[in-house]
Design a protein around this ligand. Sequence first.
Ligand SMILES: Nc1ncnc2c1ncn2[C@@H]1O[C@H](COP(=O)(O)OP(=O)(O)O)[C@@H](O)[C@H]1O
Ligand SMILES: [Mg+2]
Length: 256
Amino acid sequence: MERLDCNSGNYQCGGKCQPDSFNCRVGQHRSSANKALSNAARQASLKYQKGKLLGEGAYGRVYESLDGIHVIKEAKDKKHDFSNEIAYYNKAHSLGIAPKAEPALVPHEMILTKITGKKLKDMSNITIDDAKSILETRQKLHEAGIVHNDLHYENVMKDEVTGQWNIIDFGSAGPINAADLITELTDTSDFFGGKLFEADPNSELAQRYAKMEPMLENLVRRRGNGSMRDGYRSFSPKEVKGILRKYYQMLWNEAN
Ligand SMILES: Nc1ncnc2c1ncn2[C@@H]1O[C@H](COP(=O)(O)OP(=O)(O)O)[C@@H](O)[C@H]1O
Ligand SMILES: [Mg+2]
């Protein structure tokens, strides 16, 4: 059986492993038939290893993974569990508007497909087509019954390879309800940082978008005397769907 040299190539175990030992962590004592297998395993394990730091927030950090095609999101709180965020990511991924997510080796980390591209925040001169795509992306999420609850221009990224707009950071996402939906639809200028129509403020879509907030106020005749949230809480799921449908009909200027 061909032996691979412990101290050759990328494999450096320092010769400490036993010949043919499958405990050899880098696999250099294995036969050449196993070499491809161990290379594949090594490549797969790189997914879980952290490289360059991409972002840091109050909750934790996001790193590039060493395989170059994923990112690793790590919570500071070791008790944090990413399963909820992973589930929402994958619902959004199935709609074609978010990267794929999977568990890491520990619950307080998760793995995402890396988006090669830029955040909306770091882009200038957004075209009307892009603005339209971003709003359509948000619409897809809402129509699938999801509110993001932290939608802003740092959580919207354009994939430069596919040209697709993606929403990221589903840590606060939840099932659709009137209060969260209306917040997500009305705070839009803050959420998108004024970027959407920066380059083309006089376009038809920009003009219509500017009217969406008062239009939404008209549409949603708030009920009850309690707080705003209490008032919205009385909307049934059917009414929420109705608000959503009318909002986007109006935005896209479609006939009722
Ligand atoms: N899938 C990804 N591909 C590329 N960069 C990402 C990806 N996910 C997150 N990032 C980068 O990491 C940053 C932080 O990630 P995010 O999930 O938004 O966490 P936070 O809660 O800190 O905002 C993002 O703003 C973005 O720059
Ligand atoms: Mg974020």
